[in-house]
Design a protein around this ligand. Structure first.
Ligand code: PEP
Length: 249
C-alpha cells in the first residue's frame, strides 16, 4: 500500500549517548497519523533504539545488510541479526554504499533477495551522478539501476519495497532537485514499474525523494503527485528539523 514515509538516514553519526538524547526528545513529539516515521541509526544503536521506541510510532531501519545469512564475513551484519534486535526494514543501494564500498547491482540484487526471504522491507536507493544528468542519460541510468537491482522480484514482493530516488549530486550538497525534477523522475520510475509489472503495482509503491531535503523545501517536494515522502540525511539528525520535515505534507 502506498504510504507517506519520512525516513532519517543517520549515516555514521550519533554514538549511544547522542542517540539517547535524540530519542528522549523524539518521544516528546506528537506525530501525524498518516505518516510512517523511520530512523536508521548505526548498527550499534539499533537495539537500544528498538527498546526505547517500543511504545512509540517510530519504525527502525538498518543502513545496510550483508547478502549472506551467516558465515565467514568478518565485520558484516545479517538479516537475522537485524531482525533479532527488532529491525524489519533495511536501506539498500545508498549511493555511498555504491560509490565508496563498491556495491554493484549484482550484489544489491542478492541483498534484495536476502532481505525479502527474511520478510524484511527494503528501501531501495537509486540515483544518477551529476555527469549523467548533464549528458541527459539520467533516465536511462535510473532504468538500469532498477532493472538490474530490482526487476527480478515477484509481483508479490513489491508489497515490501519502497524506492528512494536520490540524485547523487543532491546528497549532502545543499543542492536539491527542483520539485519539478523530482516529480519528473518519480513519474518516470512509476511508468517503468508499470511497464515491467503492472499499473496497480506502480501505483502502490511508495517512492521517496532524497537529497538535501530541509524544512524549507520539504513541503514543495512532498507536494508533488508522485513523491510519497523523503529519505533524509543531515536534517534527520536534529529532532527539530526532522519533525518540521515530517509535518511538511
Ligand atoms: C541521504 O543520505 O540519503 C541524504 C539524502 O542525505 P542529505 O539529506 O544530507 O542530502
Amino acid at each position: 500500500m502506498r504510504k507517506k514515509i519520512v525516513a532519517g538516514n543517520w549515516k555514521m553519526n550519533n554514538d549511544l549517548a547522542e542517540t539517547e538524547v535524540f530519542l528522549v526528545e523524539l518521544k516528546k513529539q506528537v506525530f501525524p497519523e498518516n505518516v510512517v516515521i523511520m530512523i536508521a541509526p548505526s548498527f550499534t544503536n539499533l537495539n537500544h533504539a528498538f527498546k526505547s521506541l517500543r511504545e512509540h510510532n517510530v519504525e527502525l531501519a538498518a543502513q545496510n545488510m550483508h547478502q549472506n545469512n551467516e558465515g565467514a564475513f568478518t565485520g558484516e551484519i545479517s538479516a537475522k541479526m537485524l531482525k533479532s534486535v527488532g529491525v524489519k526494514t533495511v536501506i539498500l543501494g545508498h549511493s555511498e554504499r555504491r560509490a565508496i564500498f563498491h556495491e554493484d547491482s549484482a550484489i544489491l540484487a542478492e541483498k534484495v533477495n536476502t532481505a525479502l526471504e527474511n520478510e524484511m522491507t527494503v528501501i531501495f536507493c537509486i540515483g544518477e551522478e551529476l555527469e549523467d544528468r548533464k549528458k541527459g542519460s539520467h533516465f536511462e541510468l535510473i532504468k538500469k539501476q532498477l532493472s538490474e537491482g530490482l526487476f527480478h522480484i515477484s509481483d508479490d514482493a513489491w508489497d515490501n519495497i519502497v524506492i528512494a530516488y536520490e540524485p547523487v549530486w543532491a546528497i549532502g550538497t545543499g543542492e536539491t532537485a527542483s520539485p519539478e525534477q523530482a516529480q519528473e523522475m518519480h513519474k518516470f520510475i512509476r511508468e517503468i514499474i508499470a511497464e515491467n509489472y503492472s499499473k496497480a503495482i506502480a501505483d502502490n509503491v511508495s517512492i521517496l525523494y532524497g537529497g538535501s531535503v530541509k524544512p524549507d523545501n520539504a513541503t514543495e517536494i512532498f507536494g508533488q503527485d508522485d513523491v510519497d515522502g523523503g529519505l533524509i540525511g543531515g536534517a534527520s539528525l536534529k529532532v527539530d528539523s526532522f519533525m518540521k520535515i515530517i509535518n511538511s505534507f
